[in-house]
Design a protein. Structure first.
Length: 295
């Protein structure tokens, strides 16, 4: 049985930890509200931009000839993995890393055996995880979350796009956490390049039937829309991941606070039992000593 001092020290330690987890939960909640507002505002814009691109480029020869639609034999692959800079957010980072590794092993095992799979890490945890596993890691944009802005993410998107057009990569895929709610994040794997034409639904078909007047020209509009759509796709993924991170950390810290509370109850029970045992032992010693003197 531990001594009273040891139990007291553990109670103080757990109590301090509980205060820290409470504070981290409150900080994550405050950041989550801002991140959630950002992604809620971004989603309609990204969706409308994608719809507009699909409508304008439907049947357009210039869209089919875009260098971003070039389909080549897959020899070199770039995986853009979006994680967080810090831990203490449950399985948030682990799930993304696992999804990327599963995708590589199932789809690009041959390319990986040749050393032709490279990782672009956005977020330190992903870069560290893939570096430990021996992957080629591009850490140029790993600190994007230090000052999260469209300009920083756009630089990463432009780097990937330029590399694809230059033929350095044949496929570029994106792995990130999509924000659903505070307790739920969904790991998404999307092909960023080459652009895959999505089948049009009834709404898109109706919209594409509308006659548009292009100004200055259809070619210039499509040439502007495709790169912008790709940059917005990556920026949206980063915002989704940012909101997911704060939601995951808030949930993890809430659970940690509850666990600390349960542990405190157990430790206080142990403390009381130990204290009672010590008192009983002292009484027995006093009684034994008194009987010895009487005899």
């Amino acid at each position: 049985m531990p001594s009273l001092k040891e139990v007291r020290n553990r109670i103080v330690s757990v109590n301090s930890t509980q205060q820290i987890t409470k504070a981290m939960k409150m900080v994550a909640a405050a950041k989550l509200r801002r991140a959630q507002d950002n992604i809620i505002q971004m989603r309609p814009y990204a969706q409308k931009l994608s719809e507009m691109l699909g409508t304008v480029s439907a049947g357009a020869d210039v869209a089919a000839e875009s260098p971003y639609k070039a389909v080549r034999p897959v020899e070199r692959v770039l995986m853009i993995v979006v994680t967080s800079d810090r831990g203490l957010c449950g399985a948030f980072n682990t799930n993304v890393v696992k999804a990327a590794l599963t995708r590589i092993s199932e789809q690009y095992a041959t390319q990986q055996s040749r050393g032709n799979v490279e990782i672009m890490a956005i977020g330190k945890k992903g870069g560290e995880a893939f570096t430990r596993r021996g992957f080629k890691v591009n850490n140029q944009f790993v600190d994007s979350f230090l000052n999260l802005s469209f300009a920083n993410v756009r630089a990463a998107a432009e780097s990937a796009m330029e590399s694809f057009v230059a033929g350095r990569y044949d496929v570029i895929e994106l792995v990130y956490n999509e924000f659903k709610n505070v307790a739920t994040q969904i790991v998404r794997t999307e092909q960023m390049l080459p652009i895959v034409s999505k089948p049009a639904d009834a709404t898109a078909t109706t919209a594409s039937a509308v006659n548009y007047a292009f100004e200055p020209s259809e070619e210039e509009i499509i040439a502007e829309l495709i790169p912008k759509s790709l940059k917005i796709q990556l920026y949206k993924a980063v915002l989704e991941s940012n909101a997911s991170e704060h939601g995951a950390r808030m949930t993890a810290m809430d659970k940690a606070t509850e666990n600390a509370g349960e542990l405190l109850k157990e430790l206080r029970l142990v403390y009381n039992r130990t204290r009672q045992a010590a008192i009983t032992k002292e009484i027995l010693e006093i009684v034994g000593g008194a009987e010895a003197l009487a005899n």
